[in-house]
Design a protein around this ligand. Structure first.
Ligand code: RIB
Length: 313
């Protein structure tokens, strides 16, 4: 019997974060007001966010044999993520340049590096070894599509849930989409998938959760009216990684037994709180902090589920 709750299959990057007064438009040159090098990568951010919520978390990804890889893996280990299934490959650790403006908005350019060498066979083996019924497998798209597909197949094989965060978005094959229990794009990514939710449902996707930044999120399910999930009102400092915190919290909530609606509210609260720190992992909220903010939220003061919150493990 496995104890792992959330298994993240995704990227690990070294982030070079540049502060700017406003993001440059096409052809514009802007001065850099400050620079910080920090740990990032959508997959690694998601794993760190899930671990901060107190759930057992495994990260499956690939890094180079270099200081960036050591620092990235070391940081995940420090926050309690199981990194024993991270591959070391003959390519430099992934890197991202992140520009953040005074309102906390960003743009990101990624060099895939080692992330592009993640082996699908390794992913399949690693997922089947670490997950079981009740686990959630979470994948994103800074790794090869074959590796994402292997994660989806392995999830099905072991009876675990499979959530795909299609970031950065690209066109996806029908069979990969069909393996997704839940798809969690932001509104731009949903457009870039070029597939309306109705078609996704026909393929077999169980639910689509569209994140809308400060506007919250929308839960779409076949046979149900769209449900709006409000964001918390917070003083956002940096929105980098907010989508990662959202989807990680959603998966963590599902492993804790929360229904889809409540998991979305939990995720929206975690995503909102994550924007109050600088950098992709500037503030990763604990489960207690998320629950407290949900209880304080004027729209969310009803009990989260018929039996209340499942007990802390
Ligand atoms: O989602 C934010 C992340 O996207 C950054 O940490 C960067 O590394 C890119 O993967």
């Amino acid at each position: 019997m496995t104890r792992t709750q959330v298994v993240v299959v995704g990227s690990l990057n070294t982030d070079r974060v540049l502060s700017v007064a406003s993001l440059p438009v096409r052809g514009e040159t802007v001065p850099c007001l400050g620079e910080v090098v920090t740990q990032g990568g959508k997959g690694a951010n998601q794993a760190a966010a899930a671990a901060a919520l107190g759930v057992d978390t495994v990260f499956i990804g690939a890094v180079g044999d270099d200081p960036g890889g050591d620092a990235g893996v070391g940081e995940l280990e420090r926050v309690g993520v199981d990194v024993s299934l991270v591959q070391q490959v003959a390519a430099p650790t992934g890197a991202a340049t992140v520009a953040v403006d005074r309102d906390g908005a960003n743009f990101i350019i990624v060099e895939a590096g080692a992330n592009a060498a993640l082996d699908p066979r390794h992913v399949h083996q690693a997922v089947t070894r670490s997950a079981g019924p009740g686990s959630m497998i979470l994948a994103s798209l800074e790794i090869p599509l074959d590796a994402v597909a292997a994660a989806g197949q392995a999830a099905r094989q072991v009876g675990a849930g499979f959530a795909l965060n299609p970031a950065p978005a690209r066109l996806l094959p029908d069979d990969l989409l069909a393996s997704c229990g839940v798809l969690v794009p932001n509104e731009v990514e949903l457009t870039q998938l070029r597939m309306p939710p109705e078609r996704l449902f026909t393929l077999g996707v169980g639910a689509v959760v569209v994140t809308r930044g400060g506007e919250g999120a929308e839960l779409l399910r076949p046979g149900h009216p769209p449900a709006h999930v409000p964001a918390l009102r917070v003083a956002a400092r940096d929105t980098t990684g907010a989508g990662d915190a959202f989807v990680a919290a959603f998966c963590a909530a599902r492993t804790l037994g929360l229904d889809l609606d409540t998991a979305c509210r939990f995720a929206a609260a975690a995503g909102s709180l994550s924007t109050t720190g600088a950098g992709a992992r500037g503030h990763l909220p604990s489960r207690a902090e998320v629950e407290r903010s949900m209880a304080d939220h004027p729209v969310w003061n009803e009990p989260p589920s018929p039996g209340g919150w499942p007990a802390e493990r």
